[in-house]
Design a protein around this ligand. Sequence first.
Ligand code: 5AD
Length: 320
Amino acid sequence: MTPDLSREGLVALLRLEDFSPVYEEADRVRREAVGDAVHIRALLEFSNHCRRKCAYCGLRAPRRDLPRYRMTPEEILSSVRAAWAVGYRTIVLQSGEDPWYTPALLGEIVREIKKATGMAVTLGCGELSREAYAALRQAGADRYLLKHETADEDLYQSLHPDGTLRERVHCLRTLKALGYETGSGFMVGLPGQTLDVLAKDLLLLGDIPCDMAGIGPFLPHPETPLKGAAPGSAELTRRCVALARLLLPRANLPATTALTVRGDNGRVFSGGANVVMRKITPNAYKRQYEIYPAQLPDTDIPAQRALLEDQIRSLGRVPL
Ligand code: 5AD
């Protein structure tokens, strides 16, 4: 099949009664462009402080009931070493927007990780200045994740009182220009979102163009203004991942944790995805990093890596 990937074409595809030919095409394109590997990344959530007030997020600044934590550089390095020891070769360092970690301090942490392990370092620390992004790149950071969340300006504005879609996209273009492998992404099922908005989300990924894209269902958090909203659909999320594969054949597309929460048991891997992240955040902090409600198992870095490798092999794929 040769799918029509224009804005109208994408809407028509998302609306299909039977999407299975598109999943098959996405699987074929994935195999041809990036092969059978499923890349396993270690995810360390090193601070849950955040200065922003995003309407959907459980870490939003106005939440006074949430205990906040910051991991020290030593704690961070010790978690990273434990991941390295069991085979992880990429560390994703994620946090709220927390200026306590200055670009100089973050850069120092990146340098230490590089020196100790040589791992690929991905940062997800929100919007920073061009100078800060440049300094972190200089320190050795390889990749940066900054989801655009929604490509509709009005919806973006209603969810993000402290920023604009323009600024977000500007950051993404800056990251690209600085030589980062750049990741964006969006949520599926945000209140007020239409299929046309999802088509715009998908086209924006291609326009950047992104090297990585995380697409996950919106999950209402009870301590946020969106607590009463309905959760996003897992099926619609998988459809978006498949279309992202068609638009960006060589991209790294994770099966997002939020999709797992919605009950996906690996199905997304047969429809375009080729990356998965495992939280290695210490138990003392893990449950305080509650972006959306989820029942999280205790962290056991070696056991969870081994289990995930088995699950990937049982899908006929190659864990890396
Ligand atoms: N439901 C689903 N995803 C969420 N995120 C934040 N809050 C929620 C929520 N309530 C996603 C955003 C963010 C990423 C870290 O988690 O896409 O970029």
